[in-house]
Design a protein around this ligand. Structure first.
Ligand SMILES: [Zn+2]
Length: 118
């Protein structure tokens, strides 16, 4: 079965902190991502989260080792304030067709059993 997993950006927060790489204070973004599994039959939002800090000015990913105390503080605060999307599963058309077919077959079988002379 073809299955893809991807991290989708759920929320982006502009940070006022100075970038540890380029020292610009307008570029930092804290990005929250959530993992989504996509298959032929369903699409599922998982509870698996990931986050990163990136700078739009110098295009660097700022890894936690480079974080200043200020960035760490803002990150902790934002992490608490962040509300992830509920994990969920959406069935796709293929699934619904399979379910409807299964119901039709079940009804047919029941009718044949109950009314064998029909
Ligand atoms: Zn930067």
């Amino acid at each position: 079965m073809i299955m893809s997993e991807k991290l989708v950006t759920i929320k982006e927060v502009v940070l006022k902190n100075n970038c540890p790489e380029c020292y610009n204070n307008e570029g930092l973004r804290l990005i929250f991502k959530q993992k989504i599994i996509d298959t032929k039959l369903y699409r599922s939002t998982t509870s698996q989260m990931s986050h990163e800090i990136a700078c739009k000015t110098c295009h660097n990913i700022i890894y936690p080792v480079k974080w200043t105390d200020d960035i760490e503080r803002v990150f902790e605060y934002q992490k608490k304030a962040f509300v992830p999307q509920k994990s969920s599963i959406y069935l796709k058309k293929t699934s619904w067709i399979a379910i409807i077919l299964a119901i039709i077959i079940a009804i047919a079988v029941i009718l044949i059993v109950v009314y064998p002379n029909l």
